[in-house]
Design a binder for this molecule. Structure first.
Ligand code: NAD
Length: 485
């Protein structure tokens, strides 16, 4: 792709510039070149998108789930057919290597599934004498969706598919760091058969359009994936406006516990991939590894070998498995944490050459491994979102559980052991929304709840649960004469 992309908004099935005519520039984190000028949605644009969604809602929600499913299926087909193009768009905007791109297939599963499985269910009850009672599940109306940049199409699909399948109309804001796949998919919305206003796709920064969505009085529910810091801001905006329902998938600082009886090769393979995939820019990454003392040296040597063999470079090339950090801000944040880690003690095992932090150079950071950091140090407590991992040691099961849980986050924890009793005991004690046993993140499953404890989120997403996020419940009490008890 050599032309500079001009990415507009999709409001009411029309591709439009921002009402203010404002745009922002998007640069490739690898070449430093301008790849797109992107519409910066204004408060007025949020209002227009909400008005379009509100107008579309009565007719859209009156359709049967299978009628609503038809355009979802078509969108799944279009996305899967265009997977190479979509991979390239994320590669040039936020540096995600095309070689590991699974997002289009993931989106296809979500649009296909919810095209057929959006039969929201209430229940009935004869448990009150003299009454036949019913509960209904109904769509909210207009819902807001705000997504991050690290796997944009994953979040676009896992939120939009259940929201519209359940009968809602959506206003989505993409991330300013990776707006291009949302923009591209928006261009197919009308031809797939979605009526105007059902899906509106905005681009822009948090402080204008994101905040306007979070505080909008006509948006009744919001689904957000991003940092815990922004989650707090959205929670406040929601409380200060109309107390909209919020579902949050937030940050992480995942622990991996490696016991001395574990299959070492598997443990190294799983934990190295978990932290280094997407150059460490994954919410679920195991950024804290705890190894039992007796196997520390063996584990660390093998981990260092694996991390050192990552192939850094141009994310548009298929053989590259480690691209640049998403942008200059991310890059500088990670470098800052590496400096903090060097000062807080411990040893640095692998630290490749750092690229120059000037825009125009690849923003590559090679894997960095710290050993034996103090448990209360900043790099053990804060999410770094880069290819930086700490390997600390432990002696006993009790000790490692306490260390693993000593965090404000609780998204994904992994443990490796061949002792089934221990695996189950430790799984129960970990304060985490997800636990991998003899596997690490991003291992998961379509039908189990995805989400975090503590400051890692509220609510759970999955094929089986997401419809519930996007429906309100209503109880109807029907007095029936002669029905008895
Ligand atoms: P971010 O919180 O900076 O931004 C996420 C989105 O929120 C962007 O679209 C941004 O424009 C918007 N935003 C920013 N300020 C806002 C405000 N005041 N009001 C409304 N919207 C606002 O996060 P990011 O840097 O894009 O993504 C990385 C973070 O996301 C990490 O913390 C990571 O752990 C988390 N994440 C979590 C999951 C999960 O499923 N739990 C998945 C991916 C990423």
């Amino acid at each position: 792709m050599t032309d500079i992309i001009k990415a507009d908004l999709l409001i009411n099935n029309k591709s439009v510039p921002a009402s203010s005519k404002e745009t922002f520039d998007l640069f490739s984190p690898y070449t430093g070149k301008l790849v797109a000028t992107v519409a910066e949605a204004s408060v007025d644009d949020v209002d227009s998108a909400v008005a379009a969604a509100e107008a579309a809602f009565p007719a859209w929600s009156a359709l049967s789930p299978s009628a609503r499913g038809k355009p979802l299926k078509k969108l799944a087909e279009k996305i899967i057919a265009a997977k190479d193009e979509l991979a390239e768009l994320d590669a040039i905007s936020m540096g995600r290597p095309v070689g590991g791109y699974f997002d289009a297939d993931y989106a296809g599963v979500h649009f296909n599934y919810f095209a057929e499985a959006a039969y929201a269910q209430g229940h009935s009850s004869l448990n009150t004498p003299g009454f036949l009672n019913l509960s209904l599940r109904q769509p909210f109306g207009v819902v807001g969706v705000i997504i991050p940049w690290n796997a944009p199409l994953v979040f676009f699909s896992k939120k939009i598919a259940p929201a519209v399948a359940a009968g809602n109309c959506v206003v989505l804001k993409s991330s300013e760091k990776a707006p291009l796949t949302s923009w591209k998919v928006a261009q197919w919305i009308e031809e797939c058969g979605f009526p105007p206003g059902v899906i509106n796709v905005l681009s822009g920064h948090g402080q204008i359009s994101g905040a306007a969505i979070a505080s909008h009085m006509k948006i009744r529910a919001i689904s957000f994936t991003g940092s815990s810091r922004t989650g707090r801001a959205i929670q406040k905006a929601s409380a200060d406006s109309n107390l909209k329902k919020v579902v949050f998938e937030l940050g992480g600082k995942g622990p991996a516990l490696i016991f001395e009886d574990a299959d070492l090769d598997e443990a190294v393979k799983g934990t190295e991939f978990s932290i280094m995939f997407n150059s460490g820019q994954t919410c679920m990454a195991n950024s804290r590894i705890y190894v039992q003392e007796s196997i520390r040296d063996k584990f660390t040597e093998a981990f260092t070998r694996a991390a050192s063999s990552r192939k850094l470079g141009d994310p548009t090339q298929k053989d590259i498995n480690h691209g640049p950090q998403a942008d200059k801000v991310q890059y500088e944040t990670v470098l800052k944490y590496i400096e903090i880690g060097k000062k807080s003690g411990g040893k640095v095992l692998v630290a490749g050459e750092q690229a120059d932090a000037t825009l125009g150079k690849p923003l590559l950071i090679s894997p960095v491994l710290f050993m034996e950091q103090p448990e209360d140090s900043q790099i053990m407590k804060e999410e770094i979102f880069g290819p930086v991992v700490v390997i600390n040691t432990f002696k006993t099961e009790e000790e490692v559980i306490a260390k693993a849980n000593d965090t404000e986050f609780g998204l994904y924890a992994a443990l490796y052991t061949n002792d089934l009793q221990r695996a189950l005991r430790v799984s129960k004690k970990l304060e985490s929304g997800m636990v991998g046993v003899n596997c690490a993140s991003p291992t998961g499953s379509w039908d189990l709840p995805f989400g975090g404890w503590k400051s890692s989120g509220t609510g759970r997403e999955s094929l089986l649960e997401s419809i519930e996020h996007f429906t309100e419940q209503k109880s109807i009490f029907i007095k029936v004469s002669g029905i008895g008890g």
